[in-house]
Design a protein around this ligand. Structure first.
Ligand code: 13P
Ligand code: SF4
Length: 370
């Protein structure tokens, strides 16, 4: 006999009660949920993630490595991304069709990625077309950008880069076109192009709030790399004065910074590289060596505790942490996992098919480089 009562979908488990659970209880529930989901679940974690959360990541890495891992995920059905929104979008674009990607807290964004949106980039492209031939201009987006900007690059013959491969990507761009429009991080663009010998006079900054980006036509005509006026609020806190102070107080200390830092900081540093590079450099450094590191606080603290034989210091006297990444915490992770098990998944990140297709073109160009 068929029931006359329509079967209703189970309601989503609400988030609020998770806030009141003790860390130990949350950790136990997360462990149990991981066991239940087994191989169908892959938790990816970015190096900036807090320790309490990163301990549950099956795989961790910087933006490049995490993209590669998402592209290679061949057993799982669900990816929970402990990172920020653009990373989860990238995982959705690169993972197999049947894989679903979740971000435990939708508010985990990236303030730099928010500094360029599709309307602003399209209108910059149209304005630039009045002064230079955009057929000669290669759009290059840092992976810290929305999927529709990656799709913009895909549609215009362009490419994505990360902080690990920005130089190879610009070389790829210059082999094909005369100049590049680099967004949204002016510092990564400037530091990389300068390292390749492009003079500052050929790198005008495009301010999307100003007519013609605030540039005279001659400056755009002379450009090799047009830098979008965006930055990371965490990495811009490191200053040359912090390096000078360490060098005064601890002669011989090595300074290691992320390329999202401003040029004046990169110029004073001994080494510059992505989070993965920073990690490897410190791990391979000789015992007893001293390091002042300019990148996100959670990574530096973890490096200090996992390398007790080295003297590891945070470069800034201020607390520079990625507040949005920090939104992924134990309550959100447990809530996300338990809803998944109950069949009421929350916070799925889904890039629309057309955007995903073109974003993938630009991402694949990058992934094919190495
Ligand atoms: P990585 O490419 O080093 O992972 O950097 C990403 C990021 O957001 C740094 O702020
Ligand atoms: Fe974005 Fe900066 Fe956070 Fe990286 S550290 S995710 S660039 S806000």
């Amino acid at each position: 006999m068929t029931s006359l009562v329509a079967e209703s979908e189970p309601a989503t488990i609400p988030f609020d009660p998770y806030r009141n659970l003790a860390d130990g209880d949350l950790e136990e529930r997360i462990r149990a949920a991981k066991e239940t989901l087994g191989d169908s679940l892959l938790i990816l974690g970015h190096h900036y993630q807090q320790d309490q959360v990163i301990q549950f990541a099956d795989l961790r890495g910087d933006s490049l490595r995490l993209s590669q891992l998402a592209a290679r995920s061949d057993a799982c059905r669900h990816i929970i991304f402990c990172g920020v929104h653009f990373m989860a979008e990238t995982a959705d674009v690169l993972s197999r069709e049947e894989v679903e990607v979740y971000l435990p807290d939708q508010a985990a964004g990236c303030s730099m990625a928010d500094m360029a949106d599709l309307d602003a980039v399209e209108s910059a492209w149209a304005d630039l077309g009045e002064v230079i031939d955009t057929g000669d201009l290669m759009p290059v987006t840092y992976i810290n950008s929305t999927a529709d900007l990656k799709a913009f690059c895909g549609r215009h013959g362009g490419i994505v880069c990360t902080s690990s491969n920005a130089r190879e990507v610009l070389e790829w761009a210059f082999a094909r076109r005369k100049r590049a429009l680099f967004f949204p991080d002016q510092h990564l663009g400037r530091n990389t192009a300068r390292g390749m010998g492009v003079p500052l006079s050929e790198m005008p900054v495009w301010d999307p709030r100003l007519p013609m980006g605030g540039n005279a036509p001659e400056a755009l005509e002379a450009s090799r790399v047009i830098l979008w006026k965006g930055h990371c609020s965490v990495h811009q806190m490191f200053k040359p004065a912090h390096i000078a102070q360490f060098r005064r107080q601890m002669p011989g200390i090595k300074v290691l910074v992320h390329p999202e830092c401003m040029m004046e900081v990169v110029d004073q540093a001994d080494l510059v590289g992505s989070t993965e590079f920073i990690l490897k450099t410190v791990e391979q450094a000789p015992s007893g060596s001293s390091w002042a590191i300019g990148t996100e606080l959670h990574l530096v603290n973890r490096l200090a505790s996992s390398n007790p034989d080295k003297s590891i210091h945070f470069l800034s006297p201020m607390v520079c942490m990625c507040a949005t990444m920090y939104r992924i915490d134990l309550p959100h992770l447990a809530w996300c996992l338990e809803n998944l098990i109950q069949g009421t998944p929350v916070n799925r990140i889904r890039v629309p098919a057309d955007t995903a297709h073109h974003a993938r073109v630009a991402l694949d160009r990058m992934l094919a480089l190495k």
